[in-house]
Design a binder for this molecule. Structure first.
Ligand code: BGC
Length: 367
């Protein structure tokens, strides 16, 4: 009897091991792709392009989306670590990611910060992104040009209100500082008047008052509505600095509900970023002034090329279409090797060529 029990136990254990082994095998992973959210359209494009690129390069890969919740993303990353990944590509939400980045480093896993710099960490060495300061410069220049700021005098200034992205996303600082590098001289000369909180740099205390928690459209819309009934009540806005398309459209929605701006012609100049379908349509229709296109296909391809080179033991490899910067991007604890791709300015004059002829969207997506 005892022998039978022991035998069945052995058999059970063996079966269990085979099962676990089989499952472990199937779940075994080389690369974990942790994207921050899906409520901003681009990340699904990033996730899909990264997954495809990794698989084409022969890696077992998986992609997750964190719903703009760092706790949730940390669990997803933890899961990747358990599945034995050798490399992680992470677009994080906030510094709460640092505990899992440290854990990955201790396990010898390579971490690449994707699009967003992971600040407050010295546990990784590589960052790949677009030139985010330049994104802001495009936004600032668009406003400068549309309002003809060089020819505006302080006696009859143009009026603007300012929005920024998530206060926990390092990119939000770069976008704002790039835009203000163009606009600040006009504010200082009096040609451009800011209504509402008026930081001139992301390091100014008032920056937190124009920032938009987790890039949420409802937060930006509510803030625009408040401005319209308070600081911006007695003026006509000529421009709104909006950091991305998701927020730009929410802001335009709030503006359009106000009698002062209830036709396309009366809307102020509103900037954007990402080349989202609805914003490209709004640009075509004259409701949004511009966007900045950051081709996620190129960023994903460059990130996979970098991953592949790092996994084969290379150090700061050259990456097609990306500029290596080893001096600028400081996490607060160390400067990381950064690869920068070039963003593209998009207006009504070139949206077809940039967004459709390039194959990013088909004409039927837009028309
Ligand atoms: C990205 C933008 C995006 C924003 C919100 C930023 O980190 O660079 O492209 O619009 O996050 O998701």
């Amino acid at each position: 009897m005892r022998r039978i029990v022991v035998l069945s136990l052995v058999l059970l254990l063996a079966a269990g091991m085979v099962f676990a082994g089989g499952r472990g095998e199937a779940a075994g992973l080389d690369i974990g792709l942790a994207m921050p959210e899906t409520h901003v359209e681009r990340w699904q494009m990033d996730g899909a392009a990264l997954l495809e690129g990794a698989q084409q390069a022969g890696y077992r890969a998986e992609v997750t989306y964190g719903d703009a919740d760092q706790g949730r993303q940390n669990q997803q990353i933890q899961d990747f670590i358990t599945k034995g990944v050798k490399l992680l590509i992470i677009g994080n939400i906030n510094e709460g990611v640092n505990s899992v980045v440290r854990e990955a480093a201790e396990e010898g896993i390579i971490v690449i910060a994707y699009d967003r710099l992971i600040t407050g960490s010295d546990a990784y060495d590589y960052y790949i992104t677009f030139d985010n300061f330049q994104v802001g410069v495009f936004q600032g220049r668009a406003i400068e040009e549309a309002l003809d700021l060089p020819n505006v005098s302080a006696s009859d200034p143009k009026v603007i209100t300012l929005f920024a992205g998530s206060p926990t996303d390092n990119n939000a600082n770069f976008f704002f500082d790039g835009a203000m590098s163009v606009l600040r001289p006009y504010v200082e000369s009096g040609a451009l008047e800011i209504v509402g909180p008026a930081p001139l740099r992301s390091s100014d205390a008032a920056f937190t008052r124009i920032a938009t928690e987790n890039w949420r459209a409802d937060v930006a819309k509510a803030r625009m509505e408040n401005l319209l009934s308070a600081d911006a009540r007695d003026v006509v806005l000529d421009a709104v600095l909006a950091p991305n398309d998701t927020l730009a459209r929410a802001i335009i929605e709030a503006l359009a509900a106000d009698a002062k701006y209830d036709t396309t012609e009366k809307l102020p100049v509103v900037t954007g970023q990402d080349g989202e379908i609805a914003s490209v349509q709004a640009i075509r229709d004259g409701r949004q002034y511009m966007t900045v296109f950051k081709d996620t296909r190129n960023l994903a391809a460059a990130a996979i090329q970098l991953a592949d080179a790092l996994l084969s033991g290379q150090d700061t490899p050259a990456i097609d279409g990306a500029r290596l910067d080893t001096e600028t991007y400081d996490t607060g604890l160390k400067v990381v090797n950064s690869y920068l791709l070039e963003p593209i300015n998009v207006t009504v004059d070139n949206y077809r060529e940039v967004m459709i002829d390039s194959g990013y969207y088909s004409a039927s997506d837009i028309d």
